[in-house]
Design a protein around this ligand. Structure first.
Ligand code: UDP
Length: 369
């Protein structure tokens, strides 16, 4: 029998930590969860203000093709039928995203899929051979008109780099459809947890002790004495005191305001796809779960290059950073009692369903389930 009060210390109460903690507790293990923030749920954290669930760290729209993950999360929340349908605003012209028949109709006046295809085929002729970068890939998928109005400005603002210098796979995340279907995701299951993500994570952590405002890295000795095994979901480079140098991220700044109107933009997400507007998009949270608020709360998103001290959002999985991560991963593998997990622990741009799937897998391996 161990001398230590817990079998597992889970560092970070985000989705990875909460799933692992739940699985370990259900397997009869003694689990303690700590987080250096003053709240649970990590970047999925939502808070209620004026009958609106605000997503403090940016819009989180759950979508998955993974039936196991969907069934699992439905133990802790009921999901509404929210379907993400994004509106693009290009200098006041409104288009439907992702690229579908509504987009093509507005752009060119075409009505049938054959007519749309004919225009795209004509415009993509300028690209010969395999697309070499995001610009060429975009034009060969949807033609130059759509590239200029809906892709170029947005992408260059988001990544702070020219489309010619970005990899083509980024744009292939978006569906292109010759149907009148403006569902942003190709996913079997989609929705927002009714009552907010924080409530869902709270339900996952039911019966498990959670200590907030506790920074593992500032007092390792104490925390290590609390449990036999550590599940660490913070930044892996910070765990090793940035010994090999910091991993890079793209960061996002949110300007959030409450407006005295019940309806600001008529949709949860409006992307500003021109180069001149400084923000990339505006999220109006009440449309994720409409509780009938008289006011509205919106966030303008500004994409920025990350610097140490900023909140990390998107890992930059380029060659340089991927190689650096490998070095940290090897260091991590040699820590016998620590499991690194989640977006920061694994330096991976997981969607939420990917995090849950990975945490379930790690829990299975670890707990022998
Ligand atoms: N994109 C675009 N115009 C838009 C929305 C997206 O050109 O209005 C491109 C852009 O290059 C972006 C990529 O599609 O980086 C992926 O978009 P996604 O919505 O998946 O990005 P996320 O919401 O994860 O930041």
């Amino acid at each position: 029998m161990s001398e230590k009060p817990y079998d597992y210390l889970v560092v970070g109460a985000g989705l990875f930590g909460a799933v692992f903690a739940r699985q370990a507790a259900d397997a009869g293990k003694r689990v303690l969860v700590i987080d250096r923030r003053n709240h649970i749920a990590g970047n999925a954290y939502t808070y209620l203000e004026d009958k609106i669930h605000v997503h403090q760290y940016g819009a989180h729209i759950f979508h998955t093709n993974n039936g196991e993950v969907w069934t699992y999360l439905n133990r802790f929340a009921r999901f509404n039928r929210f379907t993400n349908t994004v509106v693009a605003n290009y200098k006041g012209e409104i288009y439907s995203l992702p690229f579908n028949m509504y987009t093509f109709n507005k752009m060119w006046g075409v009505v049938t899929p054959d007519e749309a295809k004919a225009v795209i085929d004509e415009q993509k002729k300028e690209i010969q051979g395999e697309p070499k970068n995001l610009e060429e890939q975009a034009i060969s998928l949807v033609g130059r008109d759509i590239y200029e109005k809906l892709i170029k400005g947005y992408t260059e603002k988001q990544w702070g780099r020219e489309c010619k210098d970005l990899p083509s796979f980024i744009i292939r995340r978006l569906p292109v459809r010759l149907t009148y279907d403006n569902n942003y995701f190709n996913a079997l299951y989609q929705g927002i947890p009714i009552g907010g993500y924080t409530k869902m994570v709270e339900n996952m952590l039911e019966g498990i002790p959670v200590e907030l405002n506790q920074d593992y890295l500032k007092n390792r000795e104490h925390w290590n004495s609390m449990a036999d095994r550590i599940v660490y979901t913070g930044p892996i480079d910070e765990y090793f005191d940035f010994a090999e140098g910091p991993l890079e991220y793209r960061s996002v700044r949110f300007e959030t305001e409450k407006l005295n109107t019940p309806n600001f933009q008529g949709n949860a997400a409006v992307n500003y796809t021109d180069a001149e507007t400084p923000w990339t998009r505006i999220i109006e949270y009440k449309w994720f779960e409409d509780l009938g608020s008289d006011v509205t709360i919106i966030s303008r998103e500004y994409s920025s290059e990350w610097k140490p001290g900023d909140e990390p959002y998107y890992p930059v999985n380029d060659e340089k950073n991927s190689a650096l991560y490998q070095t940290y991963k090897e260091l991590g593998d040699s820590e016998p009692n620590v499991i690194f997990g989640g977006r920061l622990g694994e330096y991976r741009y997981y969607d939420m369903d990917g995090v849950v799937a990975r945490a379930l897998e790690v829990a299975r391996e670890e707990l022998g389930q």
